[in-house]
Design a protein around this ligand. Sequence first.
Ligand code: SAH
Ligand code: SF4
Length: 392
Amino acid sequence: MPPIAPITQDVLTIPRKDPVGDKINLVGLTREKLRDVLIEHGTPEKQAKMRVGQIWQWIYGWGVRDFDDMTNLSKSLREDLKAAFVVAVPEVVTKQVSEDGTRKYLVKIAGGHEVEVVYIPETDRGTLCVSSQVGCTLTCSFCHTGTQKLVRNLSAGEIIGQVMVARDDLGEWPEQGAKNTETRLLSNIVLMGMGEPLYNFENVRDAMNIAMDPEGIQLSRRRITLSTSGVVPEIARTAAEIGCQLAVSFHATTDEVRNQLVPINKRWNIETLIEALRAYPRVSNSERITFEYVMLNGVNDSDEDAYRLLELIKGIPAKINLIPFNEWPGAPYKRSSNNRIRAFSDIIHDGGYASPVRKPRGEDIMAACGQLKSETERARKSRKQIESEAGL
Ligand code: SAH
Ligand code: SF4
């Protein structure tokens, strides 16, 4: 088996308390951690639970960032909080809106790194595609993000902060004292942006538990989908500690092809992955697993592939999401034809599974699946290209 780069390579450790300057950022702390930092900074233990509840409501219920606006806290407490803490979210550097209404935000996080966040409005829902890492350590050959060298894991605050800045932009924080409305502009989260969420497990878990908390953002775990390339040892943990919906980047029906498309398959092959997936719905009490399958012309899109896929997933409650390949500059693959995608989808459908074809969204602003990459990184690449074209 060829060696695979250690997963910690190039990953900077994120300090537990996510400091901003010399102050601690409260965004991203679980209720328990929030309680701990408040007590460490002088809140009497007896009051801590109540204070956590109040601050939580301001931050995640009403989107308030300034302690001075937290009017049910005494003035002196607000001063104390201001001296030790901040409520900080990533800074939106640019926002692009696609012809189809998709919004792409480029946000800046500590260290000057940038990640992309995509909001996709649909008739019955609005989905936010959230990033979990700057770049990705994995190198799936069809993925643009995979060509960017990983810089670091995002902290829990930077992950939930993406949801908060999108809510800011959508104007979706309820008035103080009010609750969320029934119909939400941002009703679903998918962890399908940049990075492999299961290589940043604790931060992703804490951020999603904040999103699902019964107070505040309050999204049901059925409205959160985590997509993994197949980090098998973390799948059972996802069921136990997050319990959200699971999507898996399957993309091939033989180990030979999957090794090439999703190289993590060399570590955990199809059989091992399927075994882990089989247990997931029961343990997480979720309905079904989404199998993502990118349609690459002549690579993984034959009728035989479709039949093999049906064999492999037998007995697993599943839906197969067919993703027409989104091209990016220099990509080594082509998208399968519409007829081929339809024929593949029909075989899966006749085999008893839902097999929707994902409609590419926001392609004109490079916001579609697998097209994300930091702008700075893109600029750097194109400068390199210019230099080589000029023979420098
Ligand atoms: N790292 C995670 C989540 C991010 S990728 C994962 O791999 O699952 C989100 C989805 O987009 C994955 O299914 C991924 O395989 C798919 N994808 C990546 N590049 C793509 C491309 N160029 N066209 C279409 N889908 C792509
Ligand atoms: Fe990373 Fe997912 Fe892209 Fe693979 S498909 S390189 S795991 S972001």
